[in-house]
Design a binder for this molecule. Structure first.
Ligand code: FUB
Length: 455
């Protein structure tokens, strides 16, 4: 893929930086692809983050975002790459762009809302958080002609944020480029049609990225401010979902190493509040133009006793892992916290796989709990063209204690899978697991791995 060599460049620089400072994982949380404009869907035990896919954008000149990439986590440290879950060019007849998508669940169905650049807003419906998603309307949900949108001077008709209130009423918020260009609308229960006219709202220094949530009787509306207002994420509060909002303060400053926009979402997951956003650290470290190649990152934040947001502090590794990862169930290879040199792509076995692995490339799975008795064996489902490919598993650093050395069975090439096994020694307790590729050329593709416990 086009972005490969830039990511490789990035990981080399990061490897160097890691000598000077603590290794980073939360900033960015996904370093093997360029993703932006995050929004979230929280289920009981996972958070799904839906992103504009910047992988295909040119390095200069503008965004080309034809599809939505989703990543998810159950522990906020290890992220599973679900790849492209909705592609406007492939899955609709009328739209070519999917800027700043957001997703929501209702009655067992899942909906993605997206900006067709700044021209109009669409919605698609799916059976799972990762699709497939169908274009049930065959056209946009909201256009400049939708009653209530106008007058809207120079409005960017994009950046939907969808919220379902405690009484079951769903709302969509959207708009950009002007204090009076904030809009809201009620959604019908079908989630793909509007109930009544669009409602006008106002936000000081409003630029884009509307996002709404509720705590007790307070509605919070966060948004990105204009360049003149330093592209902060500010917020307003109200006791009503569409009226009476007043400016309440700053959620987070423009993050370090960002550029000409800021976009964030706030959410509660397993008892903690998080601020997921994008910056440009991957492109910055790779030494490429940063405008159109963004990456996602996350921080925790909190509220004071009056419910005011305590401004987000940006860190390189500030998020705690929630629990640990169980190595005794099958773990998809595309679940990791950090990486050096690898890529992901759709697997012929379903889901995604780790691919494009050269000698020395690795990925890290954070906080793996091998238990007191420890592990005795490990199996991997891999694909390698020829003999001599190995996968090494080490503890706590890329050159840490070797616990398994797996000779990958030659399978004859890409897309052909075989299980390979190896004995394990020294894997007890909780450790970061480093999985490295050793061999010539493209070493091996990896679909999943699983340890067996000592009996
Ligand atoms: O990704 C394209 C646009 O950039 C989004 O719609 C805006 O929020 C800004 O982040």
């Amino acid at each position: 893929m086009i972005y490969k060599r830039y990511i490789k460049g990035f990981t080399l620089v990061i490897a160097g930086l890691a000598l000077l400072s603590k290794a980073s994982a939360d900033y960015p949380i996904v370093s093997h692809r360029y993703l932006a404009d995050p929004s979230v869907l929280v289920t009981e035990d996972r958070v799904y983050v839906y992103c504009s896919n910047d992988d295909l954008s040119p390095l200069e000149g503008g965004y080309n975002i034809p599809n939505v990439v989703c990543v998810s986590s159950s522990d906020m440290k290890n992220w599973t790459d679900h790849g492209v879950v909705f592609d406007a060019e492939r899955d609709t007849s009328w739209s070519k762009k999917t800027w700043a998508p957001c997703a929501i669940e209702r009655d067992g169905k899942f909906y993605i809302y997206f900006g067709n650049s700044g021209a109009n807003i669409g919605v698609v419906e799916g059976e799972s958080p990762v699709g497939p998603f169908k274009d049930v309307l065959g056209g946009p949900l909201i256009t400049h002609g939708t009653p209530g949108v106008q007058p809207a001077k120079n409005m960017w008709l994009f950046d939907p944020g969808v919220f379902i209130d405690n009484d079951g009423q769903a709302y969509i918020y959207f708009g950009g480029n002007g204090d009076d260009n904030v809009r809201a609308a009620k959604l019908n229960e079908d989630m793909v049609s509007l109930d009544g006219d669009v409602i006008k709202m106002h936000a000081p220094n409003f630029f884009e990225a509307a996002w709404v949530w509720r705590i007790e009787d307070t509605y919070y509306f966060s948004y990105s401010t204009t360049p003149r207002a330093e592209m902060r994420i500010d917020y307003m509060t109200s006791d009503h979902p569409t009226e009476g909002f007043e400016y309440a303060g700053i959620v987070g400053a423009q993050p370090p190493l960002n550029n000409n926009n800021n976009h964030a979402a706030q959410f509660l997951f397993k008892g903690n509040w998080y601020h997921v956003y994008h910056n440009r650290i991957v492109a910055t470290e790779a030494g490429i133009p940063t405008g159109f190649r963004r990456n996602i990152a996350v921080e925790e934040f909190g509220y004071d006793d009056e419910g005011n947001i305590i401004e987000v502090e940006y860190t390189r590794d500030g998020v705690e892992q929630i629990g640990s990862l169980d190595p005794y169930v099958r773990v998809e290879a595309e679940t990791f916290a950090e990486q050096s040199g690898i890529e992901t792509e759709p697997s012929s076995a379903g889901g995604m796989k780790v691919t494009d692995t050269q000698n020395g490339d690795w990925f890290k799975v954070a906080g793996v709990d091998f238990g007191e008795a420890g592990a005795s064996k490990v199996s991997v489902m891999a694909s390698a063209a020829s003999k001599g490919s190995r996968i090494e598993m080490r503890l706590d650093s890329p050159d840490g204690e070797l616990i398994a050395d797996i000779a990958v069975q030659p399978t004859g090439g890409e897309g052909k899978w075989k299980a390979s096994k190896a004995k394990v020694s020294g894997a007890q307790g909780v450790h970061d697991l480093y999985i490295s590729f050793v061999g010539d050329g493209d070493v091996a593709d990896l679909d999943w791995w699983q340890f067996s416990p000592k009996k």
